[in-house]
Design a protein around this ligand. Sequence first.
Ligand code: AMP
Length: 120
Amino acid sequence: MAYDRNNVFARILRGEIPCKKVYEDEYVLAFNDISARAPTHVLVIPKGEYVSLDDFSEKASPAEMVALVRALGHVARQRGVAETGYRILANIGRDGHQEVQHFHLHVVGGRDLGAMLPRK
Ligand code: AMP
């Protein structure tokens, strides 16, 4: 899928839409999810134009990849969930119910998150 520059996270990166910033560096922005599903619900996104994890893993530079992983750990520690536990989620594509077509990772915690996935 081609990257759509009008997706909501691209607009946040351009400063066209506000966000509650949690962390930022050269390669990464992290901000609170607008519809938080847990006391901690932060979205961590690369600044580059990637649609999905597979797109990111194919095209991103090593520096972008390191920055993303380091930002995830930073957010978890900053929010205090590194102590109590948390979950990293990425919804990808149709079956993953991805709503925003800019690659992002959810950092969710601050309560018991239950089982990983409902069994069908
Ligand atoms: P998904 O693509 O399925 O991982 O879901 C996209 C996530 O982005 C949802 O959890 C939304 O609540 C969140 N979201 C959508 N618009 C915004 C926004 N303007 N600011 C922060 N989070 C948002």
